[in-house]
Design a protein around this ligand. Structure first.
Ligand SMILES: [Zn+2]
Length: 318
């Protein structure tokens, strides 16, 4: 058999190429969802999209060459591909979405959330509650898609501090130019939900649902909020935009970005939650960590490391 194959190949001489049927590259990726459990709760990570993150243009507090060196150490260019993740939680009683991705606000680089929800076996109109970590375009933009509200019955929850800030144009005067366009964009995506009476800002740290507790995390935005999910002794922290640049900010949490409302406060909040999440051994789910964005934080000699969840096809069914 081998001999006859060899003779066949040799007999084709140098013109091997035309004799081999070439399959066209298909392109695309697998549907963007990943499942795990926290106690009795089912958590599904959803990929809204990826986009080149211009770390060389937006990093703040970095030493000269530091960001490029940290990226190069992970074989990444300065504008590396960043994630936009959101997360679905099925508590058994309610279907809950943490953040909504960018919708149309990042062009073709966002807006995959709805197809990810469907690929994961759910539909947007099943979602009861949406908890927004903060009112930036890549977290609230997905409330609308192609100008239409995506979620037919969901109540949108966000900290009152963030709502008061982003829904008031007077605050445009006090933010980086990068953030000024966020005001009209955010006001547009929340408008139909406000009109329908389904936009409910909250205050304080009391649980918003059994097992879901908000934690004020100001700095990136005034009302930036973590959500801590806990059941049967297990904990998962949805930490929103604690880390934008995974290859950079675990190694040096003092590096901030121009998208921060208050960079010093954002750094202090990041340092505190990195220390706490690592000490408590919590699962962490991040909006801009490599998909699925779920893993653990490990303290490492004054720095931190990210340990991603190990992929599994087992133990994911109830
Ligand atoms: Zn973000």
């Amino acid at each position: 058999m081998l001999a006859s194959v060899l003779i066949g190949v040799l007999s084709m001489g140098t013109s091997l190429q035309p004799a081999i049927a070439a399959a066209r590259p298909v392109g695309g990726q697998a549907p963007g969802y990943y499942r795990m459990h926290v106690g009795r709760f089912e958590v599904t990570a959803l990929l809204d999209g990826t986009h080149p993150f211009p770390s060389d243009k937006v990093a703040v507090n970095a030493k000269p060459g530091e960001v490029d060196a940290l990226l190069a150490a992970q074989y990444l260019p300065p504008a590396f591909e960043g994630m936009i993740n959101a997360f679905l939680v099925n508590t058994g009683d309610r279907l809950v979405l943490i953040d909504t991705g960018a919708g149309n606000l990042y062009g073709k680089e966002g807006g995959g959330l709805v197809s990810a929800i469907r690929a994961a076996g759910y539909t947007p109109d099943q979602i009861d509650d949406i908890f927004i970590t903060h009112l930036h375009e890549d977290h609230a933009g997905g409330l609308l898609l192609d100008g239409k509200p995506v979620f037919a019955k969901a109540i949108v929850h966000v900290s009152k501090r963030d709502a008061d800030f982003w829904l008031n144009d007077a605050n445009q005067a006090n933010v980086d130019d990068l953030l000024k366009p966020f005001f009209p964009a955010i006001q547009q995506v929340v408008a139909p939900y406000i009109a329908a009476g389904r936009f409910k800002p909250f205050e304080g740290g009391a649980p918003l649902l059994p097992g879901l507790t908000p934690i004020a995390a100001p700095g990136h935005t005034p009302g930036h909020t973590f959500y801590l999910l806990q059941d049967e002794g297990q904990s998962l922290l949805f930490w929103g935009d604690t880390v934008h640049m995974q290859p950079v900010q675990f190694a040096d949490p003092n590096i901030a970005i121009r998208y921060d409302w208050n960079a010093d406060m954002a750094v202090a909040t990041r340092q505190a939650i990195l220390a706490r999440a690592s000490a408590e051994h919590w699962w962490v789910a991040g909006a801009h960590i490599s998909f699925p964005g779920i893993g653990h934080v490990v303290a490492d000699n004054g720095h931190y490391r990210w340990v991603p969840a190990n992929y599994t096809l087992n133990r994911i069914m109830p």
